[in-house]
Design a protein around this ligand. Structure first.
Ligand code: ADP
Length: 266
């Protein structure tokens, strides 16, 4: 691939002066591509060994009573850590696939009622009934996109709303009209909220407000980075509104060009 990549920047000075700068970023771009491919390959290669490991651990767990107690004690922890690695590898792979595929996402009309309800059920299972989770549908048009990608973005937001809020909190999954004839997919909670200083960095990979607590919640630290990339591929943006102790709203703002003209199925 012999393409050269140039970055231009125009700066305005006063009324009639312009400064044009061109930068050759070909090498930087190649390095970035190599980094992405490397992460994708490593994640892919780690999947099989982890599956084998998890398989054997499960067999041992099924026959735990046959193991000497000293060995049995570590088993649950080994299973837990293996699951964590599997989730991490799965999220890394998903993220690098989203980054590598430069085109936009599909334009398939999605059944929003079914999608929100199905994510609600998954979030409820994660919560174990300790949260009140509801769906709100105020936008009749369907989002056109990739079902798999939008589902993973919405699940990440809904799971976070369960993981980072105390028992008894309310979580709402909402699909409603948005600015400029677009629409918003929102996940709203009334939990502890987030200090505004952290908000601009939340979508960075592995950025966490509270490292210790997040590791215990089972997150991979990649959730919001995945959300951001899914939205980029759907011409949408993520807005985060939150104040400490006042809950958090994660709002995905889709343009009108991402909405089906008819009303959505379901
Ligand atoms: P992970 O959840 O795996 O740590 P994410 O990228 O999904 O990674 O989230 C980044 C951080 O944002 C979390 O560690 C948490 O501190 C914070 N966060 C996300 N959602 C919420 C929420 N609904 N309420 C409070 N904090 C949140």
């Amino acid at each position: 691939d012999e393409r050269m990549i140039l970055q231009f920047q125009i700066t305005l000075y006063g009324d009639d002066e312009r400064l044009l700068m061109a930068r050759d970023i070909t090498r930087l771009h190649r390095l970035e591509e190599m980094r992405r491919d490397f992460v994708a390959n490593v994640s892919h290669e780690l999947r099989t060994p982890l599956t084998v490991l998890a398989g054997y651990l499960e067999t041992y767990a099924d026959q735990a009573e046959l193991l000497p107690p000293r060995l049995g004690r570590g088993l649950a922890s080994m299973q837990e850590q293996t699951t964590r690695m599997q989730n991490l590898v799965q999220d890394l792979l998903l993220l690098s696939r989203l980054e590598i595929d430069r085109g936009g996402a599909d334009h398939v009309p999605l059944d929003m009622a079914a999608l929100l309800e199905s994510v609600r059920r998954d979030a409820e299972a994660l919560s174990g009934g300790r949260h009140v989770i509801t769906v709100e549908l105020k936008e009749p048009r369907a989002l056109t996109g990739s079902e798999q990608e939008v589902r993973s973005a919405l699940s990440n937001l809904a799971f976070n709303a369960v993981r980072y809020t105390p028992e008894g909190s309310h979580v709402t999954l909402s699909w409603r009209p948005g600015p400029d004839h677009g629409a918003c997919l929102e996940v709203i909670d009334d939990g502890e909220g987030i200090d505004p200083v952290h908000i601009p960095r939340l979508t960075e990979r592995f950025y966490r407000v509270d490292k210790g607590r997040s590791a215990a919640t089972g997150g991979t630290g990649l959730g919001l980075a995945i959300v951001k990339h899914v939205l980029l591929r759907h011409d949408a943006r993520l807005e985060i509104d939150s104040l400490p102790h006042q809950g958090a709203t994660f709002r995905c703002v889709f343009p009108a060009t991402r909405l089906a003209t008819g009303t959505h199925a379901g």
